[in-house]
Write a protein that binds this ligand. Structure first.
Ligand SMILES: *Cc1c(COP(=O)(O)O)cnc(C)c1O
Length: 241
């Protein structure tokens, strides 16, 4: 990395934190209530490592292969490592023991696979349930009305710890269009919180990315996943993954 790249990255991290803190205060919330996850896909180990050395405490990766490569290259240092992408059941075994949170559990089948693998390794794996809040055909995730069935069976998943919900609303161009989905997610989060299920603690509501994290914070997000605003546009390759 050049000195200029280092300076840019350091400033971007500070700027995102500042914007998130301001959004929290505007919403009458405390800045510490919001966790910033740096979505580091397509950024090389060197850039990720620099980010971790300069204020990033949580990294989120999208692809198992990419995560494993950067893991081997000690990209994540002392940061918490989380998985935020689409996960195939046959790849679960590579993540257990490495990630502190799997944010993208969008089906009963995937939950089962994680439960089984965590059991084998003798650990309890924290997860979030991914909600297909925009009801998009091409997207994975639970439909809100199917969540209740999942919760009825959740006691069977002894090696899972459901910590909350995650959503990626439909991509929108205009500012503010996602407010509707963010509100819906927050309501769902509250509804589930009022029920008491075993293995479930509704502590985390993960929503908000570069284009909409301030709106998400206004609607109760406790975790934002930000890539572009930290690392820059991904079309320009910032090192190979
Ligand atoms: C890439 C990614 C993000 C971050 O997206 P940006 O718009 O670059 O901030 C957040 N969440 C998930 C699941 C992602 O894949």
């Amino acid at each position: 990395m050049t000195k200029q790249e280092e300076k840019n990255l350091r400033e971007s991290i500070a700027r995102v934190r500042e914007r998130a803190a301001e959004a929290a205060v505007r919403a009458g919330r405390r800045p510490e209530e919001i966790t910033l996850v740096a979505a580091s896909k397509m950024n090389c180990a060197e850039r990720v490592r620099f980010a971790v050395e300069n204020g990033i405490t949580v990294c989120g990766e999208n692809r198992v292969q990419e995560l494993l490569e950067k893991y081997e290259q000690s990209a994540y240092g002392d940061a918490d490592l989380q998985f935020i992408g689409t996960l195939q059941t046959n790849k679960v075994k590579y993540l257990i023991g490495k990630v502190s949170l799997i944010q993208s559990v969008g089906s009963q089948r995937l939950a089962q696979a994680i439960d089984r693998e965590a059991g084998k390794q003798g650990i309890r794996q924290p997860v979030l349930l991914e909600i297909n809040i925009g009801r998009e055909v091409a997207k994975s995730g639970f439909l809100p009305e199917n969540l209740w069935e999942f919760f009825e069976n959740v006691v069977d998943f002894r090696n899972l710890e459901v910590r909350g919900l995650m959503a990626i609303p439909p991509a929108v161009s205009a500012d503010g269009n996602n407010l509707y989905y963010f509100h819906e997610m927050h309501q769902l989060f509250i509804d589930i919180s009022t029920k008491k299920y075993d293995n479930v603690s509704m502590a985390c509501l993960s929503m908000g990315m570069t284009n909409d994290f301030e709106d998400a914070i206004a609607c109760g997000s406790t975790m934002i996943r930000v890539g572009t605003a930290i690392f820059g546009a991904r079309s320009a390759p910032h090192g190979k993954a």
